[in-house]
Design a binder for this molecule. Structure first.
Ligand code: 5GP
Length: 191
């Protein structure tokens, strides 16, 4: 999606260690006009899938998931990050390793809000190692819901997550795919 690539080129800040900061428009300050265009694009891509629920993960996926949900006309459920050892009964749960924070945590979704009747689209801001997405997929599979696929804003295609998840047979639609990124040479997008 050219608009998102333009934003990344213009406002993205490359950090050492393969981290891209997009705080000025995506995951701290949020550009709602951009989110609207992203939502429309995901709607175009997943049209006909009869999606009745969007699943994301706190915190930075929530804003874009809500705007996308307006296009789909459905609610958003966000997986909560939990540090509690003893997680109470009525939740779906999975472990996620954080690439940016270097730690593991549990994510939980109440069984009240995800059942085998649901047709789910996952929305998230980044795809890097694939751990966050893998956790959400696990939760959807456990719930018996139908998984239409994942709409990702920025895929760092030089990291293994995209291949890992696609090899599982899950449809992944990333609006910007970064082929290469370094402080010295800047950003190259996939064709
Ligand atoms: P994964 O689980 O695929 O390794 O990483 C996905 C999550 O890590 C995303 O939800 C995002 O919060 C965070 N993340 C991964 N790479 C980056 C990055 O380069 N920049 C930012 N801002 N967040 C990232």
């Amino acid at each position: 999606m050219k608009l998102l690539e333009d934003y990344i080129r213009k406002y993205g800040v490359i950090r050492e260690g393969g981290v891209l900061k997009v705080d000025s428009f995506l995951n701290h300050q949020m550009d709602i006009k951009l989110f609207r265009e992203m939502g429309r694009e995901w709607k175009r891509l997943f049209d006909g899938e009869d999606i009745n629920k969007i699943l994301t993960i706190e915190a930075s996926g929530i804003g874009m998931a809500c705007i996308a949900a307006e296009e789909f006309g459905c609610p958003v459920v966000f997986a909560k990050k939990s540090r509690t050892k003893n997680i109470a009964g009525d939740v779906w749960t999975a472990k996620v390793e954080s690439f940016t924070h270097g730690r593991t945590y549990d994510v939980i979704v109440s069984k009240d809000f995800l059942t085998e009747k649901d047709r789910v689209l996952i929305i998230d801001d980044f795809l890097a190692m694939g751990s966050a997405l893998n956790g959400l997929i696990r939760i959807i599979k456990d719930s018996g819901a139908y998984l239409a696929g994942a709409g990702i804003a920025i895929e760092k295609a030089f990291q293994p997550g995209g291949k890992l998840i696609r090899d599982m047979g899950v449809r992944v639609e990333s609006l910007a795919r970064i082929a290469d990124m370094s402080v010295e040479n800047g950003i190259t997008f996939m064709d």
